[in-house]
Design a protein around this ligand. Structure first.
Ligand code: EPS
Length: 362
């Protein structure tokens, strides 16, 4: 059974971010222009902060690809942190001479002890026994989602071979539902030193029937998608199809009646409350997912907190932040869902080469 799996590493202000992907078939064309266009999409959106002016994310493929195609070996990719040049002393991999007053000052200037409510700071500092929250923040930062988008773009390269395509749209920002109102709320939040969350819809088209399975809990596709999407920083809820609205629909309104078109010899539905998944498997309809992102916890007008060094009451840390990253989260959501679907696709149709997979698929 093939398995699309990946690991990432890297800090927000470290040298770079990395990912290693394993389980790709050989002879799959990796469109690096497409991968980089996905990275550029993640950097956009109304309400992003100063960091996105510094970075121009590009994935450098370091291994596993020859003449544009996978060889079947693990694929390693790397994204440079352009901001690293400003962080070489406080984020040094090598030990630094802290008896040098200039070095000590540079390190202390980036030391953080005022935990941000809503971020990983508090539990992370206690769990990993750090007195400098920088050690937690650097990895828990949503900067890591750049690697997920690059890996997701590779997953999309595989899905596209079989006509499966992804899209997403922002449904809601704060309490606003149309573009002008969304922008207005972001402007207001920015002015008030506050932040905003929202809701996103992610869809996939042209899925074959039967990805995932009902036979055991960990093979159910809806559960796997929910886990992947909930793992995105700041995501607080995942819905499939009708989602939480299902509570108020009776059976005759909830379930999507089944029809057969004898001309095209295809089954079809007139509604899609199931969001394309029944019994933990794709049913051939579009997959429709909704994710809810909370407001970013790094705020210019910080909340009340505690200094973990002195234990005194103090306002939380702020350096710089995005006001709203919901549009970026939509791109990350597409990527995570694409990774799960590529994995489920390989389970069903898997082979060592793209040619073998195509034969199984056909
Ligand atoms: C983030 C803090 C900010 C965001 C960052 C996520 O970074 P910085 O501390 O450098 O200003 O811009 O997002 C990214 C770096 C990114 O690539 O999306 C956080 O704490 O989660």
């Amino acid at each position: 059974m093939n398995k699309f799996r990946f690991l990432t590493s890297g800090e927000s202000h470290g040298m770079c971010l990395n990912a290693i992907i394993e389980g790709l078939p050989s002879n799959l064309f990796i469109d690096t222009e497409f991968v980089n266009s996905e990275l550029a999409r993640r950097q956009q959106g109304y309400g992003r902060g100063g960091r996105m002016q510094i970075e121009t994310d590009k994935a450098m493929i370091k291994s596993g690809v020859r003449f544009g195609k996978t060889t079947g070996a693990p694929v390693c990719l790397e994204i440079e942190n352009k901001d690293w040049k400003n962080w070489q002393i406080p984020m040094s991999v090598e030990p630094q001479d802290l008896s040098d007053p200039d070095i000590l000052e540079a390190v202390n200037a980036k030391k953080i002890t005022r935990v941000r409510p809503g971020h990983a700071d508090f539990a992370g500092a206690i769990k990993y026994n750090h007195n400098d929250i920088r050690n937690v923040l650097e990895r828990s930062s949503a900067r890591e989602t750049a690697t997920r988008v690059a890996v997701g773009a590779v997953a999309k390269c595989l899905l596209k071979e079989f006509g499966i395509t992804a899209s997403s749209r922002v449904l809601q920002i704060g309490t606003a539902f149309d573009e002008d109102a969304m922008k207005k709320q972001i402007d207001e939040a920015k002015e008030n030193g506050d932040t905003l969350g929202g809701k996103i819809e992610i869809s996939f088209k042209n899925l074959p029937v039967g990805l995932g399975s009902f036979v055991n809990w960990d093979r159910r596709l809806d559960g796997r998608l929910a886990q992947a999407l909930m793992s995105i920083p700041a995501v607080k809820a995942v819905e499939i199809g009708a989602g939480t609205k299902a509570a108020e629909l009776n059976g005759s309104n909830m379930h999507d009646e089944i029809f057969y078109d004898s001309e095209s010899k295809k089954y079809y539905r007139k509604t899609n409350n199931a969001g394309g998944i029944e019994g933990g498997m794709t049913n051939g309809e579009d997959i429709v997912l909704t994710i809810t992102m909370k407001a970013i916890p790094t705020m210019k007008k910080p909340l009340q907190s505690v200094d973990i060094d002195t234990k005194e009451a103090i306002s939380a840390h702020f350096e710089r932040s995005d006001t709203c990253a919901v549009e970026a989260c939509a791109v990350v959501g597409e990527a995570m869902a694409a990774i799960v679907l590529a994995d489920a696709f390989l389970e069903k149709f898997g082979g060592d080469s793209i040619e073998e997979i195509r034969k199984n698929y056909e």
